[in-house]
Design a binder for this molecule. Structure first.
Ligand SMILES: Nc1ncnc2c1ncn2[C@@H]1O[C@H](COP(=O)(O)OP(=O)(O)OP(=O)(O)O)[C@@H](O)[C@H]1O
Ligand SMILES: [Zn+2]
Length: 465
């Protein structure tokens, strides 16, 4: 079945035709590891995971590379301000290396909790300094670079189709860059390939280079590492939509200038998770982490399910009530799954075809979920066939349907005591007392649900409180 994907480069949904089938090279811009990922960042990694699973579902052999930016990402994407890692190191009074290591591990744990398949190659910027220098040397030799007092810059006016990814004329590009326009730059859109260490502050991360001691620009990192591991051109490059006008535009400019061939064939971008009226962002100061959700009684996979309810190219507004609804739906799916007998069966071909069509239509996950529920509600299908079909879908959904998780929460001893007291009151038909205890338990942050198997205790979420 043909697979269609929306390509930011051509602004069209295109039939996916890899350069070297059945192999697919895929590069996803990884995190800048100066803090925990927020659930907005994680929405992008969930979208990329769905993309990768859909490719695998279609029989492709995917080589997935993800970088870790542990140096060079400045507080402004326009090459101004402090290095995010060094700034955090100062704040936390730890070394920049420790900060990077700590948040890299935290990031990997988040991915695991969300059932995100691990990349085949993780590449860390600080392990590839020589690769960056080599690429800058090629650009220098070809006349694309110039020197200012604070670094080596790329001259974007030398690239006739600069900005083609964003599809705007240069006047409209990079409003941020123009505001903070460094007067030594020849063009507002020019960007740093190598920055010199400042004279007044000692940096923790810095390296010698043919131009002076300093550190790489953020964009050169992804250009050099993607080409090193996937060649050029490679098939798919992705990230969040904020990467279109600056980061990916600059990656394309450097890589194509260096090698005179396209960088990647397909460019896919995930829309934002919105919090209130703005995108969720560390720099926006309105962010929530996966641990915040867990502390409030939500399972990470409920967040994954929540993300699947929207198309990756639509903004998604985060609300607690929507997350609550997603958790309920997911756990209803688990309840159904547990009821089906674990017998060998083949999946239902009609449903599988519909599901496959939906995912191959530019990853239409809301439709794929609707088909999933249609299947669950279909009385004509044998339960073991339902199970087999759901397991087939789960190769893409990634919701652990074969092994539904429980929400593991620590229930304090005192709450158990109250639960037992309430059970006793109920046995004695003292309903008033039982209700009083239920209220008491609720005030302490837990919810009792009476089920035929006895009481079940859950941590109260902001909505059930
Ligand atoms: N609100 C959001 N919704 C979805 N994806 C997002 C959001 N904010 C950032 N992203 C994406 O998350 C990924 C990781 O970004 P990165 O680690 O560079 O975060 P960041 O830019 O430092 O975060 P922030 O801008 O929030 O401080 C990128 O692909 C980026 O496009
Ligand atoms: Zn990148």
């Amino acid at each position: 079945m043909d697979l269609y994907l929306y390509n930011t480069l051509t602004k069209r949904k295109e039939k996916f035709e890899p350069l070297n089938p059945p192999y697919v090279g895929m590069y996803t811009c990884g995190p800048t590891v100066y803090n925990y990922a927020h659930i907005g960042n994680l929405r992008t990694y969930i979208f990329e995971d769905i993309l990768k699973r859909v490719l695998i579902y279609n029989g492709y052999i995917v080589k997935h590379v993800m970088n870790i930016t542990d140096v060079g990402h400045l507080t402004s994407d326009a090459d101004e301000g402090e290095d995010k890692i060094e700034r955090e190191a100062k704040k936390e009074r730890r070394s920049a290396w420790e900060i990077a290591e700590f948040y890299t591990e935290a990031f990997k744990r988040d991915l695991k909790k969300l059932n995100i398949l691990e990349p085949d190659i993780w590449c860390k910027a600080t392990d590839h300094i020589q690769d960056f220098i080599d690429l800058i040397l090629i650009l220098e030799r070809k006349g694309y670079t110039y020197r200012t007092s604070d670094g080596i810059y790329f001259d974007t006016s030398k690239v006739p189709d600069y900005g083609k990814l964003a599809g705007q004329d240069l006047e409209n590009l990079l409003p941020g860059a123009r505001v903070e326009y460094n007067p030594e730059k020849k063009n507002p859109t020019d960007f740093a390939l190598w920055k010199f260490s400042p004279k007044d502050v000692k940096r923790q991360m810095e390296w010698d280079s043919p131009w002076g001691v300093g550190f790489p620009g953020w964009h050169i990192e992804c250009s050099a590492m993607s080409t090193k591991y996937l060649g050029q051109p490679f098939d798919i490059h992705c990230g969040g939509i904020d990467h279109i006008p600056i980061h990916h535009t600059n990656e394309i400019a450097q890589s194509e200038a260096a090698y005179d061939k396209p960088m990647a064939k397909y460019w896919l971008h995930g829309e934002f998770l919105i919090m209130g009226e703005k995108r969720m962002g560390k720099s926006e100061g309105n962010f929530i982490t996966l641990s915040d959700l867990e502390e409030k009684g939500y399972h990470p996979l409920s967040y994954r399910y929540f993300c699947l309810t929207a198309h990756y190219r639509s903004p998604l507004k985060f609300t607690w009530s929507a997350l609550e609804a997603a958790q309920r739906a997911l756990f209803r799916l688990y309840e159904n799954m547990k009821k089906y007998p674990k017998e060998e069966a083949k999946y239902d071909e009609k449903y599988e075809e519909e599901f496959h069509k939906a995912i191959n239509d530019d990853l239409d996950m809301p439709k794929a979920l609707a088909i999933t529920w249609e299947l669950v509600k279909d009385d004509k299908l044998a339960p073991e066939v339902k199970r087999a079909t759901l397991l087939q879908f789960d190769k893409v959904l990634g919701l652990s349907l074969d092994n539904p998780p429980e929400i593991k929460i620590e229930i304090p001893e005192e709450i158990w005591k109250l639960v037992e007291e309430r059970e006793l009151a109920r046995k004695n038909k003292d309903w008033e007392k039982a209700d009083r205890i239920r209220e008491e338990i609720k005030n302490r942050g837990y919810i009792i649900e009476d089920t035929p198997q006895g009481p079940r205790i859950k941590k109260a979420t902001p909505l059930t409180k």
